[in-house]
Design a protein around this ligand. Structure first.
Ligand SMILES: [Zn+2]
Length: 430
């Protein structure tokens, strides 16, 4: 029966005409109750339904990627190769077209097997992440578009091994060093697969936006190669925490509404999902985290949870500043401001890209106060900016001499005061 069904579907889609856009398909999406269910959705950009390729994303199957310092082709360090060479030595199998099987009923395409459900849902998630960033940029200037999100390469179900014999499973990743996304095979997790989770795809797409705008799309960015200590740790945490903040923003596009705990539907460890919740009112720096931020090596930081916990403080600072000032509309204003702060070459309001580039050989100058100032200077709404400054001073334990912090963050208005709850002032560093 199943074989017959698949044969019929192939005729319906791959041999028939490409359906007109938008295409109406069934996918597994978050619905009003918050749970994931099958629903009809409309996809605007999927020009080839059978091979899951469109202007936003192109799925490719059967890739094999190996990162292995003992590989003779990689022994000289993948960071010393250019983008094409690095892709060539890591992507051992370049992959082939995927093939979705659909049945058409009254103009709606129904996936006919598990992988097709997963792939079409994945495409819908990538399209929504694209539309989220397009909307933020258009709010700044109507002609701006997220060009880095055209034809995103999505490796579907690859064999993926990174410095390990064990292949990666149960994950969705953005692999900046080959500028491609990977939807790893499912293995042990029995919750909503990562690629079906709209917020998680939003998080991964946010990494690509960050890489393009903050690191000039460098595959292995210079500061990540050469910085260590607080500057390196801060940079990695910003990438992760701000990706969670944007992932939350992308989640708002679903029928279920916004989901600040984007990991919760997909991982068993609910305590950890809660620690990453961008709305978490109790998120404060503590002495242990402060000491790790200042002292951990690159390796310790990227292997530990502190990386994400410190990133979460940045996400919560933004979320709470918006929420306390005027709810979700103000949170969106902060998403727009944050994206503007990634890359800005105006002298008075340098973006993170410009600050990092200017200080590639002087990482000590890249501090939490400098980052907060750059973000603050891109928030035009003064009460919102004041709230952001107050939350940042308290949650991130920023070090300033003046009560309004204008000595370190001149963009913070004179009425800025450290938010009084819930974060206590930590004792000075020993
Ligand atoms: Zn991430």
């Amino acid at each position: 029966m199943r074989v017959l069904l698949l044969a019929l579907c192939s005729v319906a889609v791959s041999c028939g005409p490409t359906p007109p856009l938008p295409v109406r398909v069934m996918a597994i999406v978050p619905v009003e109750t918050g749970s994931y269910e099958t629903r009809e959705v409309s996809i605007q950009t999927l020009s080839n339904l059978a091979t899951l390729k469109g202007s936003v994303a192109e799925l490719v199957g059967a890739n094999r990627l190996i990162v292995d310092p003992n590989d003779p082709l990689q022994r000289g360090g993948i960071e010393n190769l250019n983008d094409e060479q690095r892709y060539e030595v890591i992507v051992k199998d370049k992959g082939t077209d995927v093939r979705g099987n659909f049945l058409e009923r009254s103009g709606v395409y129904w996936p006919a097997d598990f992988h097709t459900w997963n792939m079409v849902t994945t495409y819908w998630n990538f399209e929504n992440a694209y539309l989220y960033f397009q909307d933020l940029l258009a709010s700044q200037q109507p002609t701006k578009t997220p060009d880095e999100l055209n034809k995103m390469k999505v490796m579907y179900w690859p064999e993926l091994r990174i410095n390990s014999e064990t292949p990666i499973t149960d994950n969705a990743l953005y692999l900046s060093f080959v500028k491609a996304f990977a939807i790893a095979p499912f293995s042990k997790e029995n919750k909503v697969p990562m690629a079906m989770n709209l917020g998680i795809v939003g998080h991964e797409v946010a990494h690509k936006v960050w890489g393009k705008r903050v690191y000039n799309d460098e595959g292995v960015p210079a500061p990540l190669r050469t910085w260590s200590g607080e500057a390196f740790n801060l940079l990695k945490s910003l990438d992760e925490g701000l990706a969670d903040f944007h992932g939350f923003g992308v989640s708002c596009r679903a029928l279920s509404g916004c989901r600040p705990d984007i990991l919760a539907p997909s991982i068993a460890d609910q305590d950890y999902a809660h620690q990453r919740d961008v709305s978490r009112p109790d998120a404060c720096m503590d002495e242990g985290l402060r000491s790790a931020l200042k002292s951990f090596s690159q390796d310790q930081w990227v292997r530990g949870r502190e990386l994400y916990l410190y990133g979460n403080l940045w996400a919560v600072t933004l979320y709470q500043a918006g929420s306390k000032t005027g709810g979700l509309q103000k949170v969106k204003s902060l998403q727009v401001a944050l994206l503007a702060a990634y890359d800005d070459d105006k002298a008075g309001t340098p973006g993170l890209n410009q600050i990092i580039n200017r200080n590639v050989n002087n990482p000590m100058a890249f501090t939490p106060e400098v980052v907060a100032e750059s973000i603050a200077s891109h928030i035009p709404d003064i009460p919102l900016r004041t709230a952001f400054c107050g939350e940042a001073i308290a949650r991130l334990q920023l070090q300033c001499a003046r009560p309004d912090c204008a000595d370190k963050m001149p963009s913070c208005p004179g009425t800025t005061r450290r938010a009084t709850t819930p974060c206590a002032v930590l004792p000075p560093l020993p």
